[in-house]
Design a protein around this ligand. Structure first.
Ligand code: F6R
Length: 607
């Protein structure tokens, strides 16, 4: 977690760093800080809490200088406090460091450094890096950094300044993302592209084990052992506008409303008549036919997308599909081999657990296909095949458009593999493809019903517990709906397979526990109605999500929200949208910070 940014050039560094941090705040917002080299002193200013607290502080004590580093923190080692905020300095104040990741062996290093006389001022793992550089510095910062890297274990993207070598900024990467922005007379480092996009569209995507040495006019990239690395320039094709709120009150709402456009992009160029094509990669038939099993792995919302994917792939490919939470997968000793396709799903492409699962799968000989949003992310670079969801930048911590486009990508991929293996008829493929192409318009219709979602949210906003129930696809979507509600509104919510309720959870149902019942899937419709009757008999208030034209469910529930009629197989993409909106408006009604819910961060780059 955490976001880092660095600038070296001829302009004032502080405003550029703060602007960069604003774009990285989604990565953590427990504290923020900058270090700027002002004449011959490294000035460090930091503040606990959101970036705006740092900005207030900088009004009074703004360091001036043309080189600096900045950090926005999501606390791991040490509570959010002024001492634990980055940047961290060594004893002499000659070096300053910002860090995203975890130094796993920091305790033993800290003990050793203290024996050498170093004095620590924070509880963080990061501070050892500053002291190690101080320890190894003999007039050559690059060399001191190299020696430091040989001592530290774990994951890190680092930004490093040295007072004795003004005009030189160092960035390092291992298992945490880092890009270098290429400017004219100025250069940048950052955890993510939006942080530098208003300055340049040209970047280097830094790989693990690389060190970048930046001055205003030069960029040198080397391996840890010092060999020069020649990298290709990566040109960013999306613009800074796409990462701004564009008139919406919150990024989350903007991103919910971007779904129709996102679906068009996900589908663009990937269907031709009844056929699905993936110009992005070539999958030889021999490779595909060797896969006897699929594993889908992801975290949070991406995992929920995998749960929908399970049924999609099983139905179309008729092979077993397992879905696993990435943080569980690698420790399970999963039964994965050359005959397994492992599909990793990750919006950011940087989630540490998912990346570790990908590596574990590759290590076991499996082919790995990534479904991701971020071009150049670690996961996209390490996977054998990549399907981009093309959702555009997702800034709100609560994922919305990434989830629905992940589903669209899964339908496309399952159809593609099914067609390659001759398992999916043209008629069936045509029906699913048509339904996918009808999603943008159907979503637009859902998005017009704002008043209804606000009214429903007003009812839910004072509740302590909400239950979501559904069967099959509806259950998978219920899990995502409950996650949306709890993570942004802090209302306790749980999702249950409707048939499972009576095996325990029904005991919790009273008139104080409203139930959102998903009744979209027709195959299990009658069964879900029976489950609705069970909770009604315990006095629960029930809101049903059903398909337009349903004249039945309204007889048994207190309120109904409908989605447009669509092929039932593709319906999960629409079913979730009212749930996203209810969660959004409930959180707004409760006065919650929708885009930055407490304790969370957008990109979880620690395990
Ligand atoms: C919830 C949410 C998270 C992410 C999870 C994985 O709204 O966004 O649960 O889905 O942290 O993130 P990615 O997809 O970037 O791997």
């Amino acid at each position: 977690m955490c976001g880092i940014v660095g600038y070296v050039g001829r302009k004032e560094a502080t405003p550029i760093l703060v602007e960069g941090l604003r774009k990285l705040e989604y990565r953590g917002y427990d504290s923020a800080g900058v270090a700027v080299l002002e004449e011959d002193t490294i000035q460090i200013v930091k503040a606990v809490g959101k970036l705006s607290f740092l900005e207030n502080k900088l009004q009074k004590e703004k360091p001036t200088g043309n080189i600096g580093i900045g950090h926005t923190r999501w606390a791991t080692h040490g509570k959010p406090s002024a001492e634990n905020s980055h940047p961290h300095a060594d004893c002499s104040g000659d070096f300053a460091v910002v860090h995203n990741g975890i130094i796993e062996n920091y305790l033993e290093l800290k003990e050793w450094l203290m024996e050498q006389g170093h004095v620590f001022s924070s509880e963080t793992d990061t501070e050892v890096v500053a002291h190690l550089i101080e320890h190894y510095y003999e007039g050559d910062l690059e060399e001191a950094v190299r020696k430091t890297l040989q001592r530290i274990e774990g994951s890190y993207a680092l930004g490093i300044l040295c007072k004795k070598e003004p005009g030189k900024l160092i960035g390092v990467r291992k298992d945490s993302p880092l890009v270098v922005g290429i400017g004219e007379g100025e250069n940048f480092i950052a955890s993510d592209i939006p942080a530098i996009l208003s300055h340049t569209r040209k970047c280097y995507l830094i790989d693990d084990g690389e060190i970048c040495i930046l001055t205003p006019d030069t960029i040198k990239i080397t391996t840890i052992s010092g060999e020069i690395v020649n990298k290709e320039i990566f040109n960013v094709s999306w613009d800074a506008e796409a990462a701004e709120k564009g008139g919406f009150e919150h990024f989350m709402l903007k991103e919910i409303y971007e779904q129709p456009a996102a679906f068009r992009k996900t589908l663009s160029g990937r269907t031709a008549g009844n056929k699905v094509q993936f110009p992005d990669f070539h999958l030889p038939m021999e490779t595909v036919s060797q896969w006897k099993k699929i594993y889908i792995v992801g975290c949070g919302t991406a995992y929920h997308a995998g749960l929908v994917g399970k049924t999609v792939f099983e139905q179309l490919l008729r092979i077993p599909v397992e879905v696993d939470i990435a943080s569980e997968f690698r420790y399970r000793e999963p039964l994965v081999d050359e005959e397994t396709l492992v599909i990793v799903i990750s919006q950011s492409g940087e989630t540490a657990d998912t990346l570790a699962a990908l590596r574990e799968a590759k290590h076991k000989g499996a082919a790995v296909l990534a479904i991701t949003n971020v071009v150049g992310s670690s996961i996209s670079r390490e996977a054998d095949f990549v399907v981009y969801i093309w959702a555009g930048p997702e800034i709100a911590v609560a994922s919305t458009k990434a989830y629905t486009t992940m589903l669209v990508a899964e339908y496309l991929l399952a159809l593609y593999l099914g067609q390659l293996k001759g398992l999916v008829s043209d008629t069936l493929a045509g029906e699913i493809i048509n339904a996918l192409h009808s999603l943008p318009e159907a979503t637009d219709r859902i998005l017009k019903e704002t008043a209804k979602y606000k009214e429903v949210a007003e009812y839910f906003k004072d509740k302590h517990d909400v239950f979501f129930i559904g069967r099959g696809f509806d259950w998978a979507v219920a899990l995502e709906g409950s996650l949306k509600l709890k993570e942004i509104s802090y209302i306790h919510a749980e999702a249950y397979a409707a048939g499972e309720l009576k095996h325990g959870t029904l005991a919790l149902i009273t008139q104080e526990t409203p139930v959102i019942a998903l009744c979209v899937q027709q195959k299990t419709y009658d069964k879900t109605l029976s489950n609705i009757k069970e909770v009604k008999a315990r006095d629960a208030q029930v809101l049903a999500i059903a398909v337009e034209g349903d004249t039945e469910v309204g007889k048994y529930v207190d309120d109904v929200i409908t989605i447009p009629e669509i092929n039932n197989f593709v319906a999960p993409v629409l079913t979730v949208i009212p749930l996203q909106l209810i969660a959004y408006y409930a959180a707004v009604a409760r006065g919650c910070n929708v885009d930055q819910p407490r304790n969370l961060a957008k990109s979880v780059t620690v395990e």
